[in-house]
Write a protein that binds this ligand. Structure first.
Ligand code: ADP
Length: 660
């Protein structure tokens, strides 16, 4: 069982654990958007929780959500840094229901805005977006709604917000506060810099006294500072959560058969949504074709496709008409899909920042999800070549980031611990129970001390002047031209690990680096022996050297746990769930989503459906106990869900009204 970690950060902040109504669907949505909603201003937790329960069906806050919401209620500027899936949206959406006026949400992409507005309306919250895809009459309706005080949240793209006409409009209305989503886009230090975000620095001047709240998942301290400076925030509260995602199971494997390794992972998630990332477009096309040939519903996504094709494929994935999207890194930013159950990297990403972001698209709903990373030495060289061809200024940083990524792939320390350490945090527990290392999917080698001694002594024989690859070649007994020319084929350590393959030796070297028996120095990452390495040679210390276990690849990743409302309490996310009822509810959800032209996860999250199939409520009142069912969803879908549940339970003699 794991608890969320304490956070080490300058800025810190405390860290908290955490029916068919007979109306056709589009009308229902419209209706929700048009209803004035009178909520008196609120000031504390006692009023916030009922809002969470009423609209979202959530009975608890996720870590730091309450603090973030209180900043909005207190009209104090804030920067909220939470990982993907950390529940950032609710941090401004819930308090928007409690303050007078309309909250302006700045969001970089139309797809993100659309998604959030659809989700809000499905919860009964009057929200709208203004962007280039909506026509003049809809625009006029939004303007009228704002004037009439009927809207609580209005989403706008930064470039539109800064137009003179929008500015004038906003200055005439009662607006409550500004929420800047994906706030890292304002920083040139971030991975997603958008120049139009820079103009947001005018907000404080144009709307004096209005509080601004910035939200991002980007971990870098530099980016956070930049956000504060660019937006001119006044004594902002900085809330930084844990970057760990306990519901993600991380696995790293050397790429062997490639397609077969990917197939095994996809096979563990039948009918579920997943993303496969490739480095190059041609790999996307090849892999997508291979998966399609194997019978999977896969679609490609990369910059070589037309805008329309890309949009079509993205829409099909979101609407669950395709299960797998095979993509380059071009895919992802506009995706809010909460029930992605696996992310496979068919090649190594170029930095841990990218890896965290891309793998983080799995399991946003807090349920278990698998992140499988396949790597090979060739990936490293591909990225290195690209970096060498890039802008000279950016090269040094990019190379450091690439080496960090490479080290992560080769090392065998807890993946969760390595990732959060990279972002300056610590994991509370020694065993995350959610990565290949901690789950025991890697076996200890038989005699780690002897292997360790052979490697360390080879580094010394090479006079600590060569890198990991070269050292591995010497140990395996290669007759590479360089080795022969240098006379290293005459060293006593040449070929002393000839019985194992070079890749295993290469992995062990990284493992020795990870355990500080060796270290890498300088631009060329030359291997040096540390004091611990010398003690290893004397037999005083024994390293931990691992190899992939034969059993690991075939197991379903059922070891993952979900984190119940961020409380740190880990639950088996399938415990007590009636699987066949879950499948029936999923079909019902799919139908509703298709009728309304919204993504399935907006109708109900996977978490809500599992909880429903676990509790199997018999009344509308009990339906409200299901996590993720608020009043609007109960009203819209309640009676149909109850009928489905009752039928199923009767036919299968399954008890109802299980309270957990
Ligand atoms: P982020 O924007 O940080 O990636 P989201 O706002 O999309 O995260 O939230 C991720 C998921 O967590 C969504 O499915 C959301 O409904 C759910 N969620 C948010 N707050 C809570 C809560 N207090 N309890 C349970 N689930 C929550």
């Amino acid at each position: 069982m794991r608890t969320r970690d304490a956070v080490n950060c300058d800025f810190i902040c405390r860290f908290y654990d955490k029916g068919n109504c007979g109306v056709s669907p589009p009308e229902r949505i419209q209706d929700a958007a048009m209803q004035p909603d009178a909520h008196p201003p609120i000031r504390g937790r006692h009023e916030l929780l009922p809002v969470l329960q009423k609209y979202w069906g959530y009975g608890e806050f996720l870590p730091l959500q309450e603090e973030a919401m209180r900043c909005v209620l207190a009209e104090r500027d804030s920067v909220v840094v939470l990982p993907t899936g950390g529940g950032k949206s609710l941090c401004f959406q819930a308090p928007a229901m409690c303050r007078e006026g309309v909250a302006i949400v700045v969001s970089p992409l139309i797809s993100l805005m659309k998604d959030q507005v659809d989700a809000l309306r499905n919860c009964g919250i009057p929200a709208a977006a203004i962007h280039s895809m909506i026509g003049p009459s809809e625009k006029q309706r939004v303007v009228d709604d704002v004037h009439a005080g009927r809207l609580r949240l209005l989403y706008v793209a930064p470039e539109r917000l800064l137009r003179e006409r929008t500015f004038e409009f906003l200055q005439r209305i009662q607006l409550s506060f500004f929420a800047i989503d994906e706030a890292h886009c304002i920083s040139a230090w971030g991975h997603d810099f958008r120049p139009e975000y820079r103009e947001l620095s005018m907000l404080k001047e144009a709307f004096p006294g209005k509080d601004i709240h910035a939200y991002t998942a980007t971990a870098s301290v530099q980016v956070r500072q930049d956000i504060v400076e660019q937006l001119g925030l006044v004594q902002p509260r900085m809330l930084v959560g844990s970057f760990d995602r306990p519901n993600l199971v991380y696995k790293v494997q050397r790429r062997g058969s490639g397609l077969e390794q990917i197939r095994l992972c996809v096979e563990r998630h039948p009918g579920e949504s997943g993303i496969v990332y490739c480095i190059a477009r041609k790999d996307v096309d090849r892999l997508c074709q291979a998966l399609t040939d194997l019978g999977y519903r896969a679609l490609p996504y990369h910059a070589g496709l037309s805008d329309q094709q890309r949009q079509r494929h993205q829409d099909a994935f979101i609407a669950e008409q395709a299960d797998v999207i095979v993509a380059t890194v071009a895919f992802g930013m506009g995706i809010d899909k909460s029930n992605v159950r696996y992310v496979i990297h068919a090649g190594m990403p170029k930095s841990l920042e990218h890896y965290q972001q891309e793998s983080g698209r799995a399991g946003r709903d807090g349920l278990e999800a698998e992140c499988c990373l396949l790597f090979s030495g060739a990936d490293f060289l591909t990225w290195k070549r690209m970096i060498e061809e890039s802008e000279p200024d950016a090269r040094e940083g990019a190379l450091v980031a690439l080496h960090d990524m490479d080290h992560y792939c080769h090392s065998v320390v807890c993946r969760h611990a390595s990732l959060v350490r990279h972002f300056g945090q610590q994991l509370a527990s020694d065993n995350c129970a959610a990565c290949d290392v901690c789950l025991g999917q890697l076996d200890q080698v038989d005699d780690p001390l002897t292997i360790g001694k052979k490697i360390v002594s080879c580094v010394l024989r090479l006079r600590e002047r060569f890198g990991a690859d070269y050292t591995a070649l010497v140990l395996v007994g290669s007759r590479d031209q360089r080795i022969v020319q240098q006379g290293h084929d005459r060293l006593s350590t040449w070929g002393i690990l000839a019985e194992v393959n070079k890749n295993s030796i290469r992995d062990w070297i990284e493992q020795l680096v990870g355990q500080k028996f060796l270290l890498k120095e300088g631009e060329y990452h030359v291997l040096k022996v540390t004091e611990s390495g010398r003690r290893l040679l004397r037999g005083e210390l024994t390293p931990r050297l691992l190899k992939p276990s034969a059993k690991s690849t075939t197991e379903r990743s059922n070891s993952a746990r979900s984190d119940k409302a961020g409380s740190g309490e880990q639950l088996d996310a399938w415990a007590g769930v009636d699987r066949s009822l879950f499948d029936l509810l999923r079909k019902f959800r799919q139908q509703q989503a298709a009728d309304q032209h919204v993504p399935a996860y907006i109708v109900f999250s996977d978490a809500a459906l599992r909880d429903m199939a676990r509790r199997r409520p018999s009344t509308l009142d009990r339906l409200l106990h299901v996590r993720g069912v608020g009043e609007k969803k109960r009203q819209d879908y309640g009676l149909q869900c109850l009928a489905l549940i009752a039928d199923h339970c009767l036919q299968n003699n399954v008890p109802m009204d299980i309270d957990s």
